[in-house]
Design a protein around this ligand. Sequence first.
Ligand SMILES: [Cu+2]
Length: 176
Amino acid sequence: MTSPFIRRACAIVTLLTLTTSSALAHATLEVKQASPNSSYKAIMRIGHGCGESPTLKVRIRIPEGYINVKPMPKAGWTLETVRGPYAKTFGTEHAKLSEGVREVIWTGRLLDAHYDEFIMTGTLAGDLEAGSTLYFPTVQECETGFNRWIEIPAAGKPADDYKSPAPGLKIIAPNR
Ligand SMILES: [Cu+2]
């Protein structure tokens, strides 16, 4: 059974803003940095329910510049995608892409006592700027209530300063 103590522990961990702490709580990306013009596998980790309430739906908004996205189906979960236009057309080695998956929605059931990962693959556009951050706003709908991980940190402010930060991916210069 999840006790109020565990919920309090999560809140305390958030308050302490330990950089390693948020890795096990909230909704977070396992790999937090990547380079432009490379493939990127986004592994969204769901660390807990809404309080003790089980998660029934996970919705992830795809940031501009993360293109040709394909979500991975999960056993026991229904998978839906919402497609739409990109802000601009991207040229890839194979084709020009002007639209694609903009939102991914998994529907199933995940107990607060359990942990799970929601995965998609795609390409980071070549014109993304090193030093910028792509945010993957994520909404977790539960049997009772919801968590909206959608806060975009102000420039220079760490995500840990926020109660419900959107999972972020830092764009870094490629290794030469
Ligand atoms: Cu948390």
